[in-house]
Design a protein around this ligand. Structure first.
Ligand SMILES: [Zn+2]
Length: 340
């Protein structure tokens, strides 16, 4: 069967690998139909020295597909069911797992597509307890964005930052996969959205998505614009994933008692933090990684109700290199999907 495989840093090849055996007890076999590409897929070893992983590695941290076979004892799924999978091999038994806080599992074995082989292959066997179904009306392309792009944002905005209707949020890098998801989800509950983008073309697209104010960070200092837009008060929530380039600026944009939530640091790893500012302004900072299975269910329900992800490009598997090149370009607006 076909598998997209990371063979070296930034080198992905389409290889022929052995198909999995029939699903074991408690497992299902999924025929993968679409994967969402993420930066994590091309990173290889760069900046990831802490991660225990070996190459070659089948990439793909999020996918949608249909059940090809159900193993013994699996009653909830039958062939043809449309599903996505939770991509972290959690234990299912610890306190965090029992309480539905899956991404805080105390015994998580691996993250698929990062530590161990991921979803970018024709067939994959998974524990049925990590599978979430979705209805016929939802496309594989859109559903493939639920486990990471939508799930991560759902967890950041509503479990961590607890964004509420009527509040104002600053979304950094609003043209990215999670940035576009955050704009749409925040607007959907009635929040006011200020977002930053790197060019005027993206500014128009972010506006069309519903962002109330769009700042081109190359031509304007976003901290100053946010102060002006909020009457010097600041925003309730800052949505971060850029890191050192914007982190302290995002903090400066918060009102007293404001919340900053971050799930990434694409511009580097470390910052200097003003502790006076942190406690005097009573900021709350949330680190967020992944999501719970409930967040994926909620994401799929939102998609089925019409809140669909922004797709930049969908390419067939044979043209995956075009998708990767697009992902690495600065022009991307939304998600890149590879169709199997
Ligand atoms: Zn656990």
């Amino acid at each position: 069967m076909r598998a997209l495989t990371l063979v070296a840093d930034r080198k992905i090849e389409l290889l022929d690998v052995a198909a999995p055996p029939a699903p074991a007890a408690g497992e299902v076999q999924i025929a993968v139909k679409a994967i969402g590409l993420n930066h994590i897929d091309v990173w290889g070893w760069r900046g990831m020295a802490f991660a225990k992983r070996k190459l070659p590695l089948i990439v793909g941290v999020e996918a949608a597909g249909e059940i090809a076979a159900a193993g013994p004892g699996v009653a909830d799924f039958k062939p043809g069911d449309r599903v996505v999978a939770y991509g972290a091999l959690t234990c299912g038994a610890c306190k965090a797992c029992r309480e539905g806080r899956d991404n805080l599992c105390e015994n998580v074995a691996s993250i698929m597509g990062f530590h161990v082989d991921g979803f970018a292959r024709d067939l994959i066997n998974m524990p049925a307890r990590l599978i979430v179904p979705f209805p016929q009306g939802l496309s594989f392309r859109d559903a493939a964005c639920a486990p990471v792009a939508f799930g991560t944002v759902q967890h950041m905005l509503f479990d961590n930052a607890k964004l509420e209707p009527g509040e104002t949020i600053l979304v950094q890098a609003g043209g990215s996969g999670i940035g576009t998801s955050a704009i749409k989800m925040a607007k959907a509950i009635g929040a006011t959205v200020i977002t930053t983008v790197g060019d005027d073309d993206k500014a128009a697209k972010a506006k069309a998505l519903g962002a109330d104010h769009v700042i081109n960070y190359r031509t304007e200092r976003f901290e100053g614009v946010v102060r002006k837009l909020t009457g010097k008060k600041g925003v309730d929530v800052a949505f971060e994933h850029v890191g050192p380039d914007t982190f302290n600026g995002s903090l400066l944009c918060l009102k007293r008692g404001g919340r900053l939530v971050t799930c990434g640091s694409t511009s580097g790893q470390s910052i200097t933090l003003n502790l006076f500012q942190l406690y005097l302004q009573q900021y709350r900072i949330f680190g967020s990684f992944g999501c719970s299975i409930r967040n994926i269910r909620d994401s799929l329900a939102k998609m089925a109700a019409g809140l669909t992800p922004v797709i930049d490009t969908e390419v067939p598997l044979a043209e995956f290199e075009r998708g990767l090149a697009r992902l690495e370009s600065r022009q991307v607006f939304g998600k890149i999907i590879v169709a199997f």
